[in-house]
Write a protein that binds this ligand. Structure first.
Ligand code: UD1
Length: 426
């Protein structure tokens, strides 16, 4: 298993480029199931979850060509024949987003067998809302031997009010509704930019959707969708991780090729911490404004502070003067990075869903263990300011969602190298 070796102490200086959003690319790839024609997606990030989804679609009979060139990261997907509409456990066990194929599969083929998903170990993460939504649209769903089996002749439009805001749940039902008979009305939907990105692709494929990006989405089902070409949004979580990297190291970093509009909650929090921020059309520059100051965060659905930035923000909070509180509202059990940060010298206590961080504490290098995707990023950020050489084990978690992370950071002055097998050969 690969490890990272990070030597702290260098301020990050220069320009770093953001890749396409993994969490947009995954539902957009699943959307290709909805048509027999070719779907071309650009700005696909070269990360492990995308490779998993490629294997998933291929195992069902789709043709998927992933091209990573200098100019474009492009994928061509053609689901002309879906001979085996099954998402097998061996493929989906590492990726919870596999549940995204449930809606499109049943809408297109009338039958889907999908293994119950694995993915990051951050809380129970049920998919009951995907299931009850598809049932309301007329699907019959049974569960056996760890698989969900869904059947429907043709899904019917339905009025669904989500009990809880769910990103992939919104995406799954949105895809299903595009080919359902009649109108669907979804309320209390996720408003994340990834939902809007998916809806833009679906509309380009011929779907009739109104309201994506708001809490209420209306879909008029159509009989058929066609091929389309679509460019994936920049990854707001990768961009946010780099902004924190610039801030925590007291550097001067231009985070380029991003969508600043998607970073509002993080940018205002960094400003509260005393960091200087300049926002351009497609870049955000982050500069040291002197000592970091403590500020509290509470994770919320978009446009609130993203849970996927909570761990990285906590690394920053260890370097801020004063007491910060971090409240995690979206997932239980998403504080697995805390023990590792404490081992590096952080002063953090947890009570229920709230972590209290007392700073500033000098961080020391240590051997630490990555536990999930964003926790891994948090530990890299902490290591960038620790004294000495930190060794991070299990970086395969990080490879699931960050493209060429260490190369990008090295390009702006970080001392970070990979030890062990090369990417993809674990
Ligand atoms: C997506 C993102 C993930 C991010 C999360 C929250 C992808 C591939 N992943 O995950 O990076 O951290 O949004 O922004 O886009 N819930 C239920 N029942 C359900 C579905 C969800 O109770 O059927 C709960 C979850 O346990 C959680 C909350 O709803 O407490 C939000 O989860 P959800 O938005 O569904 O997260 P994901 O879509 O899995």
């Amino acid at each position: 298993m690969d490890k990272f070796v990070v030597r702290g102490g260098n301020p990050l200086l220069g320009t770093i480029k953001v890749s396409g959003a993994k969490n947009s690319a995954l539902p957009c790839m699943a959307a290709a199931i909805l048509t027999e024609e070719e779907v071309i997606l650009e700005n696909i990030p070269q990360v492990h979850d995308i490779e998993t989804e490629r294997r998933l679609l291929t195992s069902m009979g789709a043709e998927v060509e992933l091209g990573y060139g200098r100019a474009q990261h492009r994928t061509h997907i053609k689901c002309a024949i879906l001979s085996d509409p099954v998402a097998k456990y061996e493929i989906v066990k590492t990726m919870r987003a596999s549940s995204l194929v449930l809606g499109p599969l049943i809408a297109r083929t009338g039958i889907a067998r999908v293994a119950m998903p694995g993915g990051c170990a951050i809380g129970g993460r049920p998919i009951d809302l995907h299931i009850s939504g598809l049932e309301a649209m007329g699907a019959t769903i049974t569960q056996d031997h760890g698989y969900l089996e869904a059947r429907a002749d043709r899904l019917k439009g339905a009025h669904i009010v989500f009990d809880k805001i769910t990103v992939t749940g919104t995406e799954d039902l949105l895809m299903a509704a595009t080919l359902a008979e009649g109108e669907s009305l979804f309320e209390n939907c996720a408003r994340e930019p990834e939902v809007t990105d998916l809806a833009a692709l679906l509309v380009a494929m011929g779907a009739k959707i109104e309201g994506a990006g708001t809490a209420t989405i209306r879909v008029q089902g159509v009989a058929k969708l066609h091929g389309a070409r679509h460019r994936i949004n920049p990854d707001r979580i990768e961009a946010g991780t780099f902004l924190v990297a610039g801030a925590i190291t007291g550097g001067d970093l231009n985070v380029d090729c991003c969508e600043p509009k998607h970073l509002g909650a993080l940018i205002s929090k960094l400003e509260q911490c005393g960091v200087k921020i300049d926002v351009g059309a497609d870049y955000v520059r982050v500069r040291s404004g002197g000592e970091l100051k403590a500020a509290d965060i509470t994770t919320e659905e978009y446009p609130g502070f993203p849970t996927d930035m909570q761990a990285q923000y906590m690394a920053l909070a260890t370097q801020a003067e004063g007491t910060s509180s971090v409240t995690e509202n979206i997932f239980e059990n998403r504080f697995m990075h805390v023990q590792e940060l404490i081992r590096m010298g952080a002063n953090i206590t947890i009570s229920g869903r709230t972590a209290t961080i007392r700073g500033k504490t000098p961080l020391q290098s240590a051997a630490v263990m990555c536990s999930d995707l964003r926790a891994s990023a948090s530990l890299v950020l902490a290591a960038l300011v620790a004294d000495g050489e930190t060794i991070l084990d299990r970086v395969y978690h990080l490879d699931r969602g960050y493209e060429h992370f260490e190369e990008k950071l090295r390009g702006v002055g970080a001392q970070i190298r990979r030890m062990g097998d090369v990417f993809g050969k674990k």
